[in-house]
Design a binder for this molecule. Structure first.
Ligand SMILES: C[S@@+](CC[C@H](N)C(=O)[O-])C[C@H]1O[C@@H](n2cnc3c(N)ncnc32)[C@H](O)[C@@H]1O
Length: 330
């Protein structure tokens, strides 16, 4: 079995290409500050050489930028940022080696809600790659869906906005969840100020509304902190599922996780999920990049974002942080 260090979703790319691609596909139009810094790094042989001393999984742009923010690096001026990275490389690299990109984005639930609504309630949710477990609470937040025709609102705070195209089955109420648990290699703790500071540092600088919603979601979840078990989705899923109540529909789900696994491990996970579906053990909701699983590989790989699928049936393209949903399924 391979390790996280394979991070094969990007391991094939050299470091300048990773930074340039991140700038051009994810950051453009969303975070001008990070876009500028990533483009600068992609052209900076000295910083690239420093990054290349780290294991491949630790060279990720989000990890460098989050760690730089935790250490109060100057982000507004390219020359000052470059000088800071070089002067502070020992602290910065220590921080990058100690931390992981564990962005926990409850806004992604806006795109998962129509998929969860298709499954028979009540639901027992098992999230693999749960980070701090903020996505285990689809029933505690609000959602504002803007379609071409109207607005569908599920009222609660924080409220996650989502622009919807296509015939998405938008429910009037959140799913009925009676049990929830997460699994993560390194769970973060919503009651820890330090862990929450790291979650905030992973939100891009211009995304002040996203940061405010994250703070509000943490407040909601802190009142009833989730159980997120330390474990590996490749080996520890069945034991967690075995704890779910028998009178609820078990839903195993994940968003922005499987790219961390090798291609072989992703295929093995898909086989395992398929076998569980076949015996009625669980339903599977997946929200991952199109090239992550074979059953979504024929879809558009060039767009930034994920493909939402239920039990291997692709239903929609979804925004990386949940701000839009393009429904094409039944
Ligand atoms: C980018 S975060 C996404 C968190 C959450 N799913 C969300 O969308 O907000 C990916 C998470 O997957 C976890 N992870 C990666 N590989 C894993 C594995 N093999 N088993 C369990 N968790 C894993 C990481 O520790 C990290 O917390």
């Amino acid at each position: 079995m391979s390790t996280l260090a394979d991070w094969s979703g990007v391991a094939g790319l050299d470091t300048p290409t990773r930074y340039r691609q991140m700038a051009e596909t994810e950051l453009r139009g969303v975070s001008p500050t990070y876009e500028r810094l990533c483009l600068g790094i992609a052209e900076d042989a000295e910083i690239i050489a420093l990054l290349d001393t780290l294991p491949a999984v630790k060279r990720q742009p989000n990890l460098l930028l989050g760690a730089a923010r935790i250490l109060d690096a100057p982000l507004e001026d390219d020359a000052a940022f470059r000088a800071w990275v070089i002067a502070h490389w020992p602290e910065l690299s220590t921080e990058m080696l100690a931390r992981r990109t564990q962005t926990n984005e409850p806004g992604r639930l806006a795109t998962l809600i129509p998929a969860l609504a298709q499954l028979p309630p009540p639901l027992a949710l098992v999230e693999v790659g749960a980070s701090a477990g903020l996505c285990l609470f689809p029933d505690r937040y609000g959602y504002r869906y803007e379609t071409d025709a109207d607005m569908v609102v599920i009222d609660a705070e924080p409220e996650f906005p989502c622009r919807v195209t296509g015939p998405a089955p938008l429910p009037a109420a959140p799913p009925h969840v009676t049990w929830r648990a997460g699994l993560d290699l390194h769970p973060l703790d919503v009651t820890s100020a330090e862990d929450v500071r790291w979650l905030q540092a992973l939100v891009w600088p211009e995304q002040t509304e996203r940061a405010a919603r994250l703070t509000a979601a943490v407040e909601v979840v802190r009142r009833d902190p989730p159980r997120v078990v330390a474990g590996d989705l490749r080996t520890d899923l069945d034991a967690l599922v075995a704890e779910a109540p028998s009178d609820a529909t078990v839903v195993v789900f994940h968003t922005a996780v499987l790219a961390y696994l090798s291609r072989e491990d992703r295929a093995a996970f898909a086989d395992h999920m398929r076998a569980g579906i076949d015996i009625g053990r669980w339903h599977w909701v997946s929200n991952e990049g199109p090239s992550v699983f074979a059953h979504t590989e024929h879809l558009d790989r060039d767009r930034s974002g994920f493909v939402l699928s239920v039990d291997l049936g692709p239903l929609a393209y979804s925004a990386p942080h949940g701000s839009w949903l393009e429904w094409f399924g039944g």
